[in-house]
Design a protein around this ligand. Structure first.
Ligand SMILES: Nc1nc2c(ncn2[C@@H]2O[C@H](COP(=O)(O)OP(=O)(O)O)[C@@H](O)[C@H]2O)c(=O)[nH]1
Ligand SMILES: [Mg+2]
Length: 237
């Protein structure tokens, strides 16, 4: 399908995986431009704080995913988008590290350049000091190099802020339940020869506690999972 048309925001959905993000989630929701509130889907991954309550009160659609894991949350959100007959899915984190206002920039290539996948690259944007740890920056750089070597694609980041056409998303058969979600999408898009591009996005220090990059366990697990994914999708179909 070629879009090249006015963006119908009633068909644009935002999926936000959220685990204990009560301090930031409302700010994220409020800063998302143009998208109807009910199309903003906060998937709470067993939050034990008030994330679900405050996100619901702000008008977002709140879904509950008891199985812990970033991928589980994204999968749950996408099931809802399918039911609602969505055209474009935007993924965004719930910690207010991203600038939700940049959503218009992230989805533009889907509508203007017929792209399937758009990655918001923090490597190309302005990063507030301390918003990404050194291992996280190195990990993203290394992953991007491996994606080039193994799959011949040019990415500079595995950024969470990204957009994909729903029909392209469906064609990927996404399955990762945890931290391999972002790289799986990029690898499978490469394998399916989808049209992709990057846009620069800015990044700031998150509100609240990091669950992944800021903890040793999270960072190590994510690193292992991501590197493993590079090989897994190459050799095991
Ligand atoms: N680690 C983790 N993060 C989750 C989960 N479910 C949702 N998230 C959300 O995933 C996003 C990224 O997590 P974050 O802690 O910011 O990771 P970081 O940016 O790598 O430090 C945040 O919005 C989290 O709330 C989960 O089960 N585990
Ligand atoms: Mg974060």
């Amino acid at each position: 399908m070629t879009y090249n048309k006015e963006i119908d925001y009633t068909k644009v959905f935002v999926v936000i995986p959220a685990f204990n993000e009560e301090q930031s989630i409302v700010k994220v929701i409020k800063d998302i431009p143009n998208v109807p509130l009910e199309n903003i889907i906060v998937v709470s991954n067993g939050s034990t704080d008030n994330t679900e309550k405050v996100a619901g009160a702000a008008g977002a659609t709140v879904l509950l995913e008891p199985r812990k894991g970033y991928g589980w949350a994204c999968l749950k959100g996408c099931e809802h988008v399918e039911k609602m007959d969505g055209e474009t899915i935007v993924f965004l984190d719930g910690d207010y590290s991203d600038y939700p206002q940049q959503l218009t920039k992230v989805i533009a290539p889907i509508y203007e350049q017929n792209m399937d996948l758009v990655i918001g690259s923090r490597a190309l944007g302005n990063r507030e000091k301390g918003s990404m740890t050194i291992p996280q920056q190195f990990g993203n750089w290394l992953s991007s190099k491996l994606l080039k070597i193994f799959y011949g694609v040019n990415f500079t980041d595995l950024g969470p802020f990204r957009a994909i056409r729903f029909e392209s998303y469906k064609s990927l058969g996404m399955s990762d339940k945890t931290y391999g979600w972002t790289i799986e999408m990029q690898i499978k898009s490469a394998q399916k020869k989808l049209k992709y591009c990057e846009v620069s996005v800015d990044y700031k220090v998150r509100i609240g506690q990091s669950k992944v990059s800021g903890t040793i366990k999270g960072a190590v697990m994510a690193g292992i999972k991501i590197i493993f994914a590079v090989f897994k999708y190459k050799f095991i179909k």
